[in-house]
Structure formats: C-alpha cells, structure tokens
Design a protein. Structure first.
Length: 236
C-alpha cells in the first residue's frame, strides 16, 4: 500500500473482474432493475407550522446525552465540535427561510427556552422538552436533529490516510402527542468505489474524489431534506 494512504488510484483502481462488475451495474441500473422497488412516498399529515431547532451535537460534557435517544438506532458516538452543527443549522434555515410553514429557532432563543424548562423540572425527558418547545412556539411539529459523528478526512481530495466520516439523525416530532412522524438517519464513512460498487450513485453525484467532512455532511443533509420535502404537503 502507498505510504500516503488511500490515493486517487484507490477510487479508480480495480481488477479486471471488478471493472466488469461495475460495467454491469451501470447497464443494469440503466435498465431499471435497481429501480424496480416500490418507491411510493407516504405523505405526512398536514402540518401548518413546524419549528426548526438548532442542530444538537454529541458533547464532551458528561451530563449531555451522546446520541439522540428518540431514535432506536445504535450509533458510533464521537465528540463533535460546535461548528459542524452550526453549519448544518445554517443549511436548514436557509432552505426553508421562505417557506411560511417553518419557524426558525435561533440558538439564543433555544437556550433561553431550555433554561426556563429545566429550571421548573430538571428531570424532564428529551421528548418532553421537544414537545414543550413546540407548545411554547405554538407549532404543530418540531424538527430536531443531532450530529453524533464528525470525523474530518486526513489528506487531500486525491489522497487520504483516513476518509471523512459523519453521522446524524433528523426527527420530526408532533407537538400534540410526541409522535415521531418522520426520521432520517445518515451514517457514512467514505469508501473507495472498488470497496463498495453500490456506491456508484454517490460518486456519480460527488465526483471521483475524497470529500471533506463538511462536504459529506452537505451530501447527507441534502438527501435528508429532499426526502422530507417529498413527504410534506406542498406549501399553500
């Protein structure tokens, strides 16, 4: 192995057999075999107002929960710095800033609500806190997310010793009863195409390069919000 670690050749290099398999995958996907599954999208119930909370994150503080306990997924938890979570919050806010259904909750306002709620009942569960946010804001649902893994690549776009790795959950919680209306989990460590031929669509979208952690986050978040948009009823 090259001492510099994974390099661009590892994105492209493959045996004659792997090239044949990849070629077949392209042909088969073009014929629609991989698209033969039922892709019917189940619409969400009508939601007139949705609050967007700032992205939560795995924290170094012992008192903080390391993962979003609303979901049942088992995740690889890492300490996450605040900047990537702020980066994600900015993307979500920007996407929905002109949609009248969405209410952006800035970090300062969020912390003010949280301090008030905990002052009255420090033992409140995470779900009850999210519902309390929803009632305070008079919204039908709350979009809450947690970034639980953020590992930057070591190397460049053409050669890496360690690829980027990110993981997050997005959850849409109904205020009235705490029901989980929608959930999206993204947990990805970039691999060479030859290590996972089914990642062809990823490389077709992002190019034959090693992504930074922010680029991988953007890719995953775009996929998540695309799905959410499909599930939501069109804005009036």
């Amino acid at each position: 192995m090259n001492r510099e670690g994974f390099n661009i050749n590892q994105l492209l290099k493959t045996s004659g057999c792997a090239i044949t398999v990849l070629f077949c995958l392209v042909l088969i996907s073009g014929c629609g075999l991989f698209g033969s599954r039922d892709k019917t999208v189940q619409p969400l119930p009508e939601l007139k107002r949705i609050a967007i909370l700032p992205m939560d994150r795995a924290s170094a503080k012992v008192s903080d929960r390391p993962t979003c306990n609303i979901s049942d997924s088992v995740v690889d938890t890492n300490i996450v710095p605040p900047e990537p979570a702020e980066f994600m919050t900015g993307i979500i806010f920007e996407r929905y800033k002109n949609d009248p259904r969405f209410v952006e909750v800035p970090e300062g306002k969020c912390m003010g609500f949280l301090n008030n709620f905990l002052a009255s009942n420090i033992s409140q569960s995470q779900l009850n806190l999210i519902r309390a946010f929803g009632r305070q804001l008079n919204v039908d649902a709350v979009l809450y997310g947690k970034l639980y893994k953020y590992r930057e690549r070591i190397g460049s776009r053409y050669s890496v010793e360690r690829p980027a790795s990110v993981g997050f959950d997005l959850n849409l919680i109904r205020t009235r009863d705490g029901a989980l209306l929608w959930r999206y989990n993204f947990d990805k460590t970039q691999q060479a195409l030859t290590a996972n031929l089914f990642d062809f669509s990823f490389y077709r979208s992002e190019g034959m390069r090693w992504l930074t952690a922010d680029e991988l986050l953007s890719y995953g978040l775009e996929k998540a919000l695309e799905e959410l948009d499909k599930r939501l009823a069109p804005a009036e």
